[in-house]
Design a protein around this ligand. Structure first.
Ligand SMILES: Cc1cc2nc3c(=O)[nH]c(=O)nc-3n(C[C@H](O)[C@H](O)[C@H](O)COP(=O)(O)OP(=O)(O)OC[C@H]3O[C@@H](n4cnc5c(N)ncnc54)[C@H](O)[C@@H]3O)c2cc1C
Length: 407
């Protein structure tokens, strides 16, 4: 929907709550570049910024800042929407509020977002970007949960799983340096499953010593494997736009435009260990097909009036299995194989009754969507009949059949 760019990015830096007005088709990277000119930036991100505002607001928009600021849909002041009835409507928490919350996380079902007003905050200049490893899953998640519940904490908390990879040292981005190169060089994974905590602390020029102390203090409270502390320092924009670096590399090798059978799951905190025991190693036997992200967020930062469906616990995890189906001769990497693994994961979650919800869900039948929405299905249907009664919008989600009146 990138072609939906009807106005320029307009920033109001003056008030107590600065914001930016953008078109629905605007890319987040452009919003970042423009707002940085005023020393400002949006608060909540996705890991990749070359996505449209309308696209991510139709889902949620989750990254390592979500534990503190909520997803992107929690950081919107106002929308302008063309509903399925062809009406151009402004909506916000104070005006046409039902449409506002319907559209946020609404999978494009209720209207086309033509404009959005997004909350901004002062942008830091630099980022201390840190990775540490754990071999014990419970220790890893305990530390992640500690970090997202603390007042004084990092500005970004994510993590990923490393399964059956012995080339660990080559696996780190070249920009990361070990704190203790000698110790780090002695560390071997022996192929066992490891969990990498990835955190970042933002700071401004001139605050280097202060932030270093703060980071030391935060790290001293964690129980990672001490030889595996890796640091990097990068400008804020470089940190936020980090996936683009990989995109350029992959594009140059013809490996970007390949099928991505991604599976994104939201998992209640109380079930994350059971999930890990069942899925990491039993089903996912290596992580060479793409990153497997895992990090917790606080439900209190999500607004239950939006259309997005999340688990019913105060803390839940995003687990993103981001596979790339790169053509190869072994046959094991093919798309079909990955889709079967995804199905096995979903079947496991269902059989174990983990209360998992899919994020960026793919379903082909309305019955499956009904299960996805659960008790919220009726409200979703009511909203559809109010704003798009002929089911003209986003039929590709296969929630409603185009042109059929709702029963
Ligand atoms: C490389 C990559 C990395 C990603 N990383 C993350 C991540 O870290 N966190 C995260 O939360 N998500 C992530 N995503 C998923 C992303 O949020 C969704 O794919 C989102 O839909 C992408 O927006 P788009 O601009 O590509 O939308 P499109 O593919 O154009 O649209 C997707 C859906 O959104 C609806 N839509 C699009 N624009 C509008 C509009 N203006 N008004 C109403 N509905 C609209 C469409 O109807 C459609 O249903 C990632 C995606 C990619 C490709």
């Amino acid at each position: 929907m990138e072609s939906l760019k009807n106005t320029k990015i307009k920033i109001d830096p003056t008030g107590k709550f600065p914001y930016v007005d953008v078109s629905g088709g605007e890319l987040w990277i452009n919003i970042l570049r423009e707002s940085l000119k005023y020393g400002l930036a949006p608060k909540s991100w996705t890991d990749y910024l070359h996505l449209t505002v309308g696209g991510t607001l139709s889902n949620a928009g989750i990254s390592g800042q979500a534990f503190r600021h909520g997803p992107q849909i929690s950081n919107v002041h106002q929308l302008e929407v063309i509903t399925g009835k062809g009406e151009l409507v402004k909506c916000s928490p104070d005006q046409n509020e039902d449409l506002f919350y319907s559209v946020l996380g609404g999978l494009g079902q209720f209207g086309i977002i033509t404009q959005a007003r997004i909350s901004l905050e002062p942008a830091p200049a630099m980022v201390k970007w840190i990775r540490v490893l754990y071999s014990d899953f419970k220790t890893f998640t305990r530390d992640q949960e500690y970090l997202i519940s603390s007042e004084k904490t990092f500005d970004y908390v994510e993590g990923f799983v490393i399964i059956n990879r012995t080339d660990l040292m080559n696996h780190w981005r070249s920009s990361f340096s070990p704190r203790d190169p000698v110790q780090a060089s002695h560390f071997t994974s022996s192929g066992k499953t490891l969990f990498c905590l990835e955190v970042a602390k933002y700071y401004d020029h001139g605050k280097t010593d202060e932030v270093a102390k703060e980071v030391e203090m935060l790290l001293s409270q964690l129980s990672y494997i001490s030889s595996t502390l890796f640091f990097s320092e990068v400008p804020y924009i470089e940190f936020l736009d980090r996936v683009h670096v990989s995109e350029i590399k992959l594009r140059s090798k013809g490996l970007w435009e390949v099928p991505h059978p991604w599976l994104n799951l939201l998992i209640p905190r109380s079930k994350i260990t059971e999930f890990a025991e069942g899925v990491f190693s039993m089903i996912l036997t290596d992580s060479s097909k793409g990153p497997i992200l895992i990090y917790p967020v606080n439900k209190s930062k999500w607004d239950n009036r939006t259309s997005v469906v999340i688990p019913e616990e105060d803390v839940f995890y995003l687990v993103a299995v981001l596979s790339s189906a790169v053509p190869s001769s072994t046959g094991n990497d093919d798309l079909d194989h990955m889709l079967k693994k995804n199905k096995r994961i979903l079947d496991f979650c269902k059989a174990a009754n983990l209360g998992v919800k899919q994020y960026l869900a793919h379903y082909s039948r309305q019955e499956e969507w009904k299960v996805h929405f659960g008790p919220r299905w009726e409200v979703f249907v009511q909203r559809k009949s109010a704003y798009d009664p002929l089911a003209m919008l986003a039929p590709g989600q296969r929630i409603f059949q185009k042109g059929l009146l709702l029963s």
